[in-house]
Design a protein around this ligand. Structure first.
Ligand code: COA
Length: 558
């Protein structure tokens, strides 16, 4: 089938649906929802069999749904409607939630139901639930709806809505989200913060200034303190007391003056945060964003960075953790990243907020390279990257610095840099990529600019093993332990050592780095400002004014 995606952006859910549908032989073209006239033109140009709206915040024009079946993915249970479905579901403590695929008609979220899926809610942020549970349910529901459309066409009978408990809910406003620090317990505070993460955040005040709060986690060892007071700082987060505990606030967007960028809290408030007492680091990082533990011959290292973005300071802290982990006697180092993202490369928001974004870009990429180098040169260890979450740009190449890459089946990779203003990229990709590729040239991978499923990445050689979504972490843990206990381990370590020595003799790592950084220097300091413009648009979520040609097949020159 020829399927046209009408979507606000090519977000993670749209990327995953794109991969699932194209893997089943359908052709998918994409048009961003920019204006009704542009969407109507896209339909006229592409003449799709079916229109799908994976992520749309405006109604589809009548001129399109009158003549084409348009399936809208709604992140809510049957009968639910409105723009804040997941927000309400999280805030009100729903135990189960779902995704409904509806046919667009007059009235928002009101058309016939083509497919629906439910899932158990998890104590996680809205974006975390969206990236995992909603995306998985949407894939199942959309594939079923497409199958029904393929078999029965537009005449397929809708599903019965009788007994549906969903209802239309209005936009959730800041007044609905407000935290009452004198009353709300930790669970309530977390629910409110999770319901607003990653956008729009909860409007509150820190250091007597208005700001939106994001990236919250509970502190299990919270001391008794006056509710609402700020207690401590750790890394770049601050600890705030609730009536029965305390929560860490990792990121904020200041709301005084110019609309601020979402930044690590210490970065947004500077000295005020530095005056708070430092929270002592627990063993293995305790419950911070970086933590590790060793068991059964495996050191498991988690780096749960908000949005997978890795600033200079985060890269340096992670590198220190890698060194600490390598000092453990365990022979296998399992790099688990975060639950939503493994890594998305350098921290574009922190760079944008710096006095000199070019200088900060440079410092950040150097820190990423140092980290990649520490992994490549880890002596006497097998390093495994376990991708439970998606990885993009430099984050995808950082994973290749490991000896083995194991991925969760539902993970989406974006192993390319060009979408960020034609960035050349570093992280030793010129060394790491060619040695892994089985079927394609490095140029083909880097120039493709499209997402890749874990299965496709495995076919190419970027990923060694793909494991099921359910039980991924326990599975990789047990595989890593088996590797650590394997009688072949000494031979594997010896082979790794020799391969590295051979490679180094052929071309030193330092040469790869210097050549890549020379190109990056041009991106950061050269006359072409594409990277700086792309970054500025990305961090400010500037709506695109056209759909890139690599996505809009119908706009390619014939
Ligand atoms: N730095 C800062 N923030 C980043 C980031 C980065 N490198 N990568 C992603 N994010 C943030 C986004 O701004 C967004 O923030 P929000 O929660 O405030 O909305 C959030 O992470 C999710 O990103 P989004 O783009 O909505 O996710 P996606 O699943 O649709 O797409 C990517 C994933 C990786 C394709 C996309 O985020 C991307 O292109 N990131 C930039 C990668 C990059 O160029 N890195 C620099 C070169 S190494």
């Amino acid at each position: 089938m020829r399927i046209l995606f009408l979507t606000r952006s090519f977000n993670g859910l749209a990327q995953r649906l794109y991969l699932e549908l194209t893997a089943r032989g359908h052709e998918v073209s994409v048009e961003f929802d920019i204006a009704d006239s542009v969407s109507i033109e896209a339909v006229a140009l592409y003449r799709p069999d079916l229109v799908i709206a994976p992520f749309l915040q405006r109604a589809i024009p009548v001129a399109i749904w009158r003549d084409h079946v348009c399936l809208v993915v709604h992140p809510g249970i049957v009968g639910d409607g409105g723009p804040s479905s997941l927000d309400w579901a999280i805030q009100e403590g729903e135990r189960d939630w779902g995704v409904t695929v509806l046919q667009a008609q007059a009235g928002f979220d009101a058309g016939p139901v083509w497919a629906a899926e439910t899932f158990a809610m998890r104590a996680a942020t809205k974006s975390g639930l969206y990236r995992r549970e909603v995306t998985a349910a949407a894939v199942t529901a959309v594939l079923r709806a497409v199958e029904r459309f393929g078999a029965l066409g537009a005449a397929a009978p809708p599903l019965d809505k009788a007994g549906a408990r969903g209802r239309w809910r209005p936009l959730m406003r800041q007044a609905d989200r407000a935290i009452d620090w004198q009353r709300d317990d930790t669970a309530t505070v977390l629910r409110k913060l999770h319901a607003a993460d990653g956008t729009p955040g909860v409007l509150d005040r820190l250091f007597e200034l208005p700001c939106h709060l994001f990236d919250a986690r509970a502190e299990p060892q919270a001391p008794r303190a006056a509710a609402g007071s700020l207690l401590a700082r750790r890394d770049e987060a601050v600890l705030r007391a609730t009536v029965d505990g305390a929560v860490w606030i990792g990121h904020v967007r200041r709301a005084d003056g110019e609309p601020g960028l979402k930044l690590p809290t210490a970065r947004a408030f500077g000295d005020a945060v530095q005056r708070l007492p430092a929270w002592p680091a627990g063993p293995g990082g305790a419950d911070g964003e970086i933590r590790w533990q060793t068991d059964a011959g495996v050191t498991e290292l988690h780096f749960d960075f908000h949005n997978g973005a890795m600033s200079t300071a985060q890269c340096q802290r992670l590198q220190a953790a890698v060194q600490a982990a390598l000092a453990e006697p365990a022979r296998v180092l399992l790099l688990c990243g975060g639950s939503d993202f493994w890594s998305n490369g350098i921290h574009l928001n922190v760079i944008e907020a710096a006095d000199s974004p070019a200088d900060e870009s440079w410092r950040n990429i150097v820190a990423m390279d140092d980290l990649a180098q520490a992994l490549i040169e880890a002596e006497g260890r097998i390093v495994v990257a376990a991708l439970q979450g998606n990885a993009g740009a430099g984050g995808a190449f950082l994973a290749l610095a490991a000896d083995r890459v194991w991925a969760r089946r539902g993970v989406v990779l974006n192993p390319h840099y060009k979408n960020m203003g034609n960035l050349y990229g570093s992280e030793y990709w010129t060394y790491l990529l060619p040695r892994r590729l089985r079927h394609a040239t490095p140029e083909a991978v880097m120039g493709r600019r499209l997402p890749m499923s874990a299965a496709q990445a495995a076919q190419l050689g970027l990923v060694d093993e793909v494991f099921d979504d359910a039980g991924f972490l326990p599975r990789v843990r047990s595989e890593a332990r088996a590797l650590a206990a394997s009688p072949d381990l000494p031979a594997l370590l010896q082979a790794r050592h020799e391969a590295r020595r051979r490679d180094e003799a052929q071309r030193p790592l330092a040469e790869y780095r210097a050549a890549e950084l020379e190109r990056m220097r041009r991106n950061f300091y050269g006359f072409d400002p594409s990277y700086h413009i792309a970054r500025s648009n990305f961090v400010r979520r500037v709506a695109p004014s056209w759909t890139p040609r690599h996505l809009a097949l119908h706009r390619r020159p014939v």
